[in-house]
Design a protein around this ligand. Structure first.
Ligand code: XIL
Length: 317
């Protein structure tokens, strides 16, 4: 029953780069998505700046195309994301709204976007990256800054009203192995569950890098959430490395091992519902754009040939 997913390129960094189409019209790429995956996540196409570019205008074309493609191929969809500090449109971040107006804007957005795909999106990342690495609520999140922490609970309630069938997630990076951020989420979900807030899972993004450490201790960390009755997921897996020439066999082996640990860490926790790669092949990855001189972060080379990471992951699956 595990969903194995990929982020679908388009929007975000792809808009200005070589791939202006918000769902690349690239047959070999679409064929890869259709044949290897049972779930798709729009990488940018459901983020505020893309889907809600003006206060009174929504732009659903790209997300509609991805959802239709997924349905055509019997795939599930993960929705990403509703309450985040990043990729918000200027009209929202620069507008002068009262607190009451902001609340209404968020409510309307969630009802509209989640409602449009009700029954068709398996999992939603309702709140994304709300804590910093120390486990404090992020100061740059406009919703929390203006409306307080309680807005997170409201976002989950509104999403649940709009689609009672979707499993609703909190999602963040850099907490696969535990630490202050994971502890902050654990404390938060305990509170939310005690208040009856419809939180259904916690997503661990899984953006790994050789400059940091391997995802050790992951199953024990994730099991703390499973023990509360929640699902866990790996939502944005990639393993980046310095790219100075072609990666060595040793690097590719390490990458394969780390991808494998991410997948096994989730499976071993006991209630892992989805494992999603953040882009594939390398030529659609966000990594080289955001982390200069790093790359090769997906299990496929630019030309769609497979790396050792592919064999490791699909060997486990
Ligand atoms: C990234 C996309 O991959 C880029 O295309 C975009 O320009 C910026 O955002 N954590 C998340 C994702 O939750 O939404 C981010 O995606 C990567 C980090």
């Amino acid at each position: 029953g595990l969903l194995v997913g990929a982020a679908v390129a388009g929007g975000g960094h792809h808009v200005d780069a070589d791939y202006p189409d918000p769902f690349p019209n690239d047959e070999p790429y679409r064929e890869l998505l259709a044949s290897e995956f049972s779930s798709l996540t729009p990488e940018n196409q459901l983020k505020w700046e893309f889907v809600h570019p003006e206060r009174d205008r929504y732009e659903f074309g790209a997300a509609d195309a991805i959802v239709a493609f997924a349905e055509e191929h019997g795939q599930a969809v993960r929705g990403h994301t509703l309450l985040w500090h990043s990729q918000n449109p200027d009209w929202l971040t620069e507008g002068e709204f009262s607190d009451a107006e902001l609340r209404d804007i968020l409510h309307e957005h969630i009802s509209t976007v989640v409602g449009r795909y009700a029954g068709r999106i398996a999992e939603w990342d309702v709140a994304n990256e709300i804590f910093d690495d120390s486990g404090a609520l992020r100061s740059e999140n406009l919703w929390i800054l203006r409306l307080g922490e309680g807005i997170v609970a409201d976002a989950f309630r509104w999403a649940h009203e709009a689609d009672p069938d979707a499993r609703l997630f909190l999602n963040d990076y850099g907490m696969e192995s535990g630490g202050p951020k994971a502890d902050a989420y654990l404390a938060l979900v305990k509170e939310l569950l005690a208040e009856g807030v419809p939180v259904g899972g916690v997503g661990f993004q899984g953006h790994l890098a050789f400059e940091y450490s391997a995802p050790g201790g992951m199953a024990d960390n994730l099991r703390r959430f499973v023990d509360l009755g929640l699902a866990v997921a790996v939502t944005e897996a990639d393993v980046r490395m310095p790219v100075d020439g072609t990666p060595t066999n040793a690097q590719l082996t390490q990458q394969a091992e780390w991808f494998g640990e991410l997948l096994e860490g989730c499976l071993d926790a006991g209630h892992c519902t989805s494992f999603t790669l953040w882009g594939a092949p390398d030529r659609y990855s966000w990594v080289p754009v955001f982390f200069p001189s790093q790359g090769a972060a997906t299990p496929w080379w630019d030309d769609l040939s497979r790396k050792p990471a592919y064999d490791t992951l699909w060997g486990i699956l």
